[in-house]
Design a protein around this ligand. Sequence first.
Ligand SMILES: Cc1ncc(COP(=O)(O)O)c(C=O)c1O
Length: 324
Amino acid sequence: MFTIDQHLRPFPRLHNSLLPTPVHRIDYLSDEYGINVYCKRDDLTGFGFGGNKTRKLDFLLPDALNQGCDTLIAVGANQSNFCRVAASYGVAGNMEVHLVLGGKEPANPTGNLRLDHLLGITCHHVDSSDWDNWTCEAEKLEERLTSQGRKVYRMPVGGSTPRGALGYVNAFSEIMTDQLRLGVEFDAVIHASSSAGTQAGLVVGQAISGWRGKIIGISVAKPRAALQEDVLDLARTTAAEIDASVEPSGVVVDDSYIGKGYAVKTTGCREAVELFARRLGIFLDYVYTGKAAAALIDYLRKGRFDKGANVLFIHTGGNIELFE
Ligand SMILES: Cc1ncc(COP(=O)(O)O)c(C=O)c1O
């Protein structure tokens, strides 16, 4: 068991304390396949409409405030979950917030973009789907704001820096406590993986805890080797911040559920989103958690977990996408 050092104490989300997210057994899947499937509800992280980005911002925002920054720049697509949560934290921290958003400015904002507008922050749209172009715009914006006397904290796509990944090192510690509370030992943890921060944090958490199960990152965009490399690089730099070390064998990525590409719906993803909604009352999304749940269901059908195994699916949020 471990805790994050006092000086890395996260931002108090609800201005009181950080609450652990619920974990419950999904009886519908467990009973059908003879596997105990649990769901950790990180869609209910309790700030800025929740999701995995909340955990990253818990560490990024205090870092920004500790450095005396008064301005936050976040980068992502028009419908970025990270940008919505970053903007929520920024305004709660009394900062000026600028979002650099990939995609044309729509006439009628929906989903996350609608929430960004509600927060009253400034959006800068870049008509491109290339992450490098967004970063280039964000760098220029940072220069401009700095020359105007602002002290800027700029975060990359997904907030996947070593500091942001600490959110999931912390979440892993929470998962170890969930095990004790539930009286089970998880054999596998499965979740959607994209900009590497979530998985890197979990991998570092595992390295510290000595837990012997498997963390399976379901890629929603990148080919396996590329994402594995990103996760390992970030896990190594994150581990270095807290005097830990990670092994490449701890980084497991499955890219079989991407389909035609990022955010392109697959049959399995549609089925998973409908099953979770109609049978369980849990809303997933079609970009991230739907694909991870499609993988979970496929693994169950193909018997890829040992009978009686305990499997934890992390619902990483993103369901604002259903309102696009
Ligand atoms: C809902 C949701 N789940 C999973 C992920 C993947 O997390 P990461 O980018 O840390 O790999 C994202 C990233 O944008 C997300 O928004």
